[in-house]
Write a protein that binds this ligand. Structure first.
Ligand code: G3H
Ligand code: 13P
Ligand code: ZN
Length: 332
């Protein structure tokens, strides 16, 4: 049993309170390896931004849970070494069972998400409540994110997507019954690099897809019902066309890529949305740089020579997000 405080981590209580009040969002960046983590820490130290490090079940499987915990502890020390002790949260992304959440809480996570969004409402309430009771009863209070509404996936048909938006009339009851610290909602974002089907989008003259806007009307309804309550947006990568183009130029194939435009995320960050989840953009940045090196330097076989440029690009991306999109720069 290890508490996150021993690792130098913080939970999200104070961070989200400040973010909602201050009209910005805390970046929640996923990591699976050292280069991603170094880029996140470097970017957040340089921009003086608080940060939520997210670990998915897949990341735990890929990198090993013990490694990830020590890497998060290493991130805290690395930030200090770089000269600024930014607040760092270690968060379980999309926990799907009580056991997984419990295990993370007992091994140093300061925050967990229990994602019961695909369950019937009452089952989601019961599971989320169970995780909250456990997390909040720890010696050091662990924060819990719940989810209501299912993020649309590109495979869903259009009518199903609409029925998956968060229903504002449920949010008060859910928060009251479960005691969650924050709530992830579905207003049109989705995971991955294809956030909308081409037929849902319009096209620019040169064929770039323009997605339909997020449902800010639903967000406003939710804010009315839960004034000041911390709201989370998943699936918030912008899928920069520059990266898609580099990847395709150097042999990749990523047709129909479309993300959430930055101006919509900027608008969301000014509302009660206080945590914005970004993973796919980092994957695109790394892949673009690695493909470029492989193509331009076919004799290169030192991993540092392609992971290094990928890490530098990631840092640039995260700094841009903190400074220009989320508004978290200078808030640490
Ligand atoms: O929400 C999903 C995140 O992008 C994590 O993805 O499950 O492939 O690690 P993953
Ligand atoms: P993206 O796929 O849009 O980066 O979303 C990541 C996410 O929501 C992680 O929970
Ligand atoms: Zn997510």
């Amino acid at each position: 049993m290890v508490s996150y405080k021993e690792l130098g981590l913080v939970n999200t209580v104070e961070l989200v309170k400040k973010a909602v009040k201050g009209g910005y969002a805390i970046p929640a960046y996923n990591f699976n390896n050292m280069e991603q983590l170094q880029a996140i820490v470097q970017a957040c130290v340089e921009t003086k931004s608080p940060v939520i490090l997210q670990v998915s079940a897949g990341a735990r499987k890929y990198a090993n849970q013990t490694m990830l915990r020590y890497m998060a502890q290493g991130a805290v020390e690395y930030a200090k070494e770089l000269g600024f002790n930014v607040p760092i949260v270690l968060h379980l992304d999309h926990g799907d069972s009580f056991e997984l959440c419990k295990n993370c809480i007992e091994t140093g996570f300061s925050s967990v998400m229990i994602d019961g969004s695909s369950l019937p409402y009452e089952e989601n309430v019961a599971l989320t409540k169970k995780v909250v009771e456990f997390a909040h009863s720890q010696k050091d209070y662990v924060t819990v994110e719940g989810e209501l509404g299912v993020l649309a996936g590109v495979e869903d048909d259009v009518s199903a997507e609409h029925s998956h938006y968060t229903q504002p009339q449920e949010v008060q009851d859910f928060v009251k019954k479960t005691g969650v610290d924050s709530l992830a909602i579905s207003i049109g974002t989705s995971h991955g690099r294809m956030k909308f089907k081409p037929e849902q989008c319009t096209k620019t003259a040169d064929g770039v897809l323009i997605p339909p806007p997020l449902r800010f009307d639903i967000l406003e309804e939710i804010e009315k019902r839960l004034p000041g309550f911390p709201i989370v947006l998943h699936g918030s990568s912008s899928v920069p066309i520059e990266y898609v183009k580099i990847i395709e130029k150097f042999g990749g194939k990523l047709s129909d890529s479309v993300g959430i435009p930055e101006e919509q995320l900027r608008k969301a960050a000014k509302s009660a949305v206080c945590k914005i989840n970004i993973d796919s953009d980092g994957r695109l940045a790394m892949t673009a740089m690695i493909r470029k090196v492989f193509s331009e330097k076919p004799d290169e076989f030192d991993p540092r020579k392609y992971l290094g440029p990928a890490r530098d690009e990631l840092k640039k991306l995260y700094m841009h997000k903190n400074l220009e999109v989320l508004g978290s720069a200078g808030k640490a």
